[in-house]
Ligand binder design. Structure first.
Ligand code: FAD
Ligand code: SF4
Length: 397
């Protein structure tokens, strides 16, 4: 009890004030609450402790000699899945929102931490504790900006809720796990999504304006397995821009420094992870990490088509080629980018091998970023699994 009470004396930081992680802050929301008391241990960018927290959350840390564990974290099972009846307007088919709704209506939890958008701006995140299915569905679709999901943590303790589901991305979940035993909960469920290349609201505007033909009408976007960015517009049309045609020289500084130093793409500490990158196009990718995750997935299994994960192709040369291309900010002319996209889509990595392609390209890029910008952090901040992944490639100095 003394532990639970001690943090209440701490004071949340004022909005806009500098956070303890300084430039590396991902605005996870912890410092907007009195749980800032634990920031030095809890912050993913001050104290990377994935291995230790894996053991607490899943009963073991990942086995670095097992390739699927090395890449995708501790898991019991992976599969491809899609909703038999997709939720209109969800990011993909709405598996995340469906699980949250079932957990609430079946009484497993009293509330769900998720993120809606503000009334004025569809991309401005507004974290809430949802207590109705309408509120959960109001949070569907990605807010592709840094989102302070943990800013509602104080309300949990004050509300007296004992059973809670939290939906979030890796940095939010890492801080959450570090304070989990201080929240006064009887049961916590954690539903994660993978996350990469996130941006501030201002950074998002720059990305949309540099990349889309109609930035003001974009309602959602995703970096897809066909090596194109798909922008969904208000009128339902989809604009596709090849990765290789992105204006990398202008976009180099657009991603948040936190995301340039992140090695938790696959949300290692969630009980259940729902993404897309390990699945064939049009399907979602599910990683069941532990028994709690299995319990959550079982609630919706009858609403899903499922199939085993596949893995085809060889990513390594494409990753090696991407390293200097990104480093030097090379942009191909649009006709060449389209051609390259088509060729790679035909012969390129598929399923889990595509996910490895994406992890390898981001980890090598981020490793170089940390080495150049935060050399003093390299040793402690880069987890051992990420070092092993990066060591497969030749990196420039
Ligand atoms: P929905 O039913 O539409 O629900 C989406 C849920 O996400 C909502 O509950 C909402 O609360 C939550 N959410 C939205 N924005 C945020 C945010 N900024 N922070 C925390 N929670 C949020 N998957 C991959 O496989 N590879 C990737 O590279 C990848 N990158 C991603 C980057 C970002 C910034 C985000 C937020 C997600 C990313 N994902 C990625 C996950 C993927 O895009 C989908 O979110 C996931 O597959 C769930 O789809 P759905 O239709 O089931 O979700
Ligand atoms: Fe605080 Fe979260 Fe920022 Fe770390 S990332 S400084 S915990 S708000």
């Amino acid at each position: 009890m003394t532990v639970i009470n001690s943090h209440r004396k701490a004071k949340a930081l004022k909005q806009g004030s500098r956070r303890p992680a300084k430039d590396l802050c991902s605005e996870c929301g912890l410092c907007d609450t009195y749980y800032i008391h634990y920031v030095k241990e809890a912050c993913a960018f001050i104290n990377q402790q994935i291995t230790e927290l894996e053991t607490i959350a899943h009963g073991r840390s990942r086995d670095l000699n097992n390739e699927n564990d090395l890449y995708f974290g501790v898991h019991q099972e992976m599969m491809s899945a899609k909703k038999i009846e997709p939720i209109e307007g969800a990011q993909w088919t709405g598996i995340v929102s469906t699980i949250a709704c079932e957990m609430l209506t079946q009484g497993l939890v009293e509330g769900v931490v998720c993120v809606q958008n503000s009334d004025e701006d569809r991309f401005q995140p507004k974290p809430i504790i949802a207590t109705t299915t309408e509120e959960i569905l109001g949070a569907k679709v990605n807010k592709p900006t840094l989102s302070p999901n943990l800013s509602v943590l104080e309300q949990i303790e004050q509300s007296g809720m004992k059973r809670l589901l939290v939906i979030g991305v890796g940095c939010q979940i890492q801080a959450l796990r570090a304070v989990e035993d201080k929240l006064g909960l009887e049961k916590l469920y954690v539903l994660g999504t993978p996350c990469v290349d996130n941006v501030t609201r201002a950074g998002l505007q720059k990305f949309l304006e540099t990349t889309s033909k109609s930035p003001d009408t974009v309602v959602a976007y995703e970096f897809m397995q066909d090596f194109r960015v798909h922008f969904k517009h208000e009128d339902g049309s989809v604009e596709k821009v090849p990765f290789f045609g992105l204006k990398t020289n202008q976009l180099k500084d657009v991603f948040a420094p936190s995301c340039m130093t992140c090695f938790d793409y696959v949300n290692s500490l969630a009980d259940l992870v729902v993404g897309y990158m390990g699945a064939p196009f049009g399907w979602q990718w599910i990683v069941v990490r532990n028994d709690i995750g299995r319990e959550m997935l079982d609630l919706v299994k009858n609403q899903l088509h499922t199939q085993p994960v596949i893995s085809r192709g060889d990513r390594t040369q494409a990753v090696q080629n991407s390293i200097p291309a990104y480093d030097q900010g090379v942009t191909l002319p649009m006709w060449a980018a389209k051609l390259m996209g088509v060729v790679i889509e035909k012969v390129g990595p598929k399923g889990l091998e595509y996910a490895r392609f994406s992890i390898d390209s981001h980890f090598t890029r981020n490793y170089l970023y940390v080495k150049r910008n935060y050399p003093e952090k390299l040793k402690d901040h880069v987890p051992e699994y990420a070092e092993k992944i990066v060591s497969q490639y030749k990196l420039p100095d």
